[in-house]
Design a protein around this ligand. Structure first.
Ligand SMILES: NC(=O)c1ccc[n+]([C@@H]2O[C@H](COP(=O)([O-])OP(=O)(O)OC[C@H]3O[C@@H](n4cnc5c(N)ncnc54)[C@H](O)[C@@H]3O)[C@@H](O)[C@H]2O)c1
Length: 356
């Protein structure tokens, strides 16, 4: 039998039986786009949840008033100590980070401070508080420009931006701290996250392709496709899009994996993707359908530097280890994202123009 470690023995003693006591998860970045989906989904599944968010891009209204939200930074060690103790936190899901690739090239010091130093301070507090379960938000950006049909977890990691570097170094830190201090950890490498479980939870940023298309359509300018001369069937880039509601359940699966009776220290790093590739042209067609084909059609412009032709996850390992598979397709992502967009942009309409 795996040595359960002191935290598990304590937990069993406290529960006076075989069942673990209820978990309370600290969700950092829980007022963000993905974090709010994770916090809601874990709370709805019966997990205890407390959110920490510095509200730099987070929106408190994404969370129901019943969920405790602490406003503050992962860089604030005294605050972390207080939250971990006052809420009797037993596990952490760490999503708080800066995520703009281009911005990370311009502001690497800020990205390393927020993403990597913030993680260091958090892990230090976690270890000191005796918390032993940790889920880390990583990214497909760790792979850089993979030249394989399906990206598996042992595909070499060569990040192309300071953002991707902070995620890869973050994984190293999580695993090293886990080994040294007896943590059970899961790193989830998210692929292209899209959609919304509810309109009010949608992604307000316009750095991802779907909101970028909506933004241009709403402003009456043509959505841009960056290059149609890639070695792919329709010449546009292929990506693996994952619905944010599916991604939220992947976190729940990771949390339950870590909380399983008998789970001792150890680490797991898995892709959170669907295993299905969808081209930018296909996304543009779905966007045109969802928006009622208003506005000018997409225009093809030059390639963006550093865009690989194809990045699609192998989703085998996450299925085997966490028993999780994605359920929703890209149409559901585009349609739910459009509902969210329209909620925030009343000037946008899905009513097609009258036929001539
Ligand atoms: N959106 C994607 O496609 C994608 C893909 C791969 C990985 N990720 C990762 O997922 C996580 C969540 O991304 P998102 O899309 O929800 O972005 P987001 O900006 O909506 O969420 C990040 C949240 O973290 C908070 N935050 C930032 N720095 C903080 C700090 N130092 N202390 C406390 N709170 C802080 C922000 O206020 C925000 O609420 C990030 O770690 C990101 O790198 C996102």
């Amino acid at each position: 039998m795996v040595d359960p470690g002191p935290w598990y023995q304590t937990a069993v003693r406290q529960s006076r039986g075989d069942r673990l006591p209820p978990m309370t998860w600290l969700i950092t970045g829980g007022a963000g786009y993905i974090g709010a989906h994770v916090a809601r989904s874990m709370a709805e599944a019966g997990e205890g949840v407390v959110v920490l968010d510095d509200l730099s891009t987070g929106i408190p209204e994404r969370l129901p008033p019943s969920l405790p939200l602490v406003s503050g930074s992962t860089l604030d060690r005294p605050l972390l100590d207080r939250v971990l103790s006052e809420h009797s936190v037993t596990g952490v899901v760490h999503l708080a980070a800066k995520k703009q690739v281009g911005e990370s090239v311009e502001q690497p010091l800020r990205y390393y401070r927020e993403n990597l130093y913030g993680l260091t301070v958090l892990l230090d507090a976690v270890v000191a508080a005796g918390v032993r379960r940790f889920v880390f938000s990583s990214s497909a950006a760790v792979y850089g420009m993979p030249d394989v049909d399906l990206v598996s977890e042992d595909t070499p990691c060569v990040p192309m931006s300071p953002y991707g570097e902070t995620k890869l170094a973050g994984e190293w830190l999580v695993r090293a701290a886990g080994r040294a201090h007896g943590l059970a950890t899961v790193c989830l490498r998210y692929f292209n996250v899209a959609g919304a479980a509810r309109p009010e939870l949608f992604d307000t940023g316009v750095s991802n392709i779907i909101p970028m298309f909506f933004d241009r359509i709403t402003r009456g300018v043509a959505p841009q496709i960056f290059g149609d001369d890639y070695p792919t069937p329709d010449g546009t880039c292929i990506r693996d899009y994952i619905h944010v509601a599916d991604l939220a359940t992947a976190h729940l699966a990771a949390a339950r994996h870590l909380a399983a009776p008998g789970r001792g220290p150890g680490d797991l790093t898995v892709n959170a993707g669907t295993g299905r590739g969808v081209s930018v042209r296909e996304v543009a067609d779905l966007v045109a359908e969802a928006t009622g084909r208003t506005g000018p059609p997409p225009e093809v412009v030059g390639r963006r530097a550093g865009d690989p032709a194809r990045v699609v996850a192998s989703a085998r390992l996450i299925g085997e280890e966490l028993g999780w598979t994605a359920r929703k397709d890209v149409r559901a992502m585009v349609e739910s994202a459009w509902e969210g967009w329209r909620t925030h942009h009343p000037e946008a309409t899905s009513t097609p123009p009258p036929a001539l």
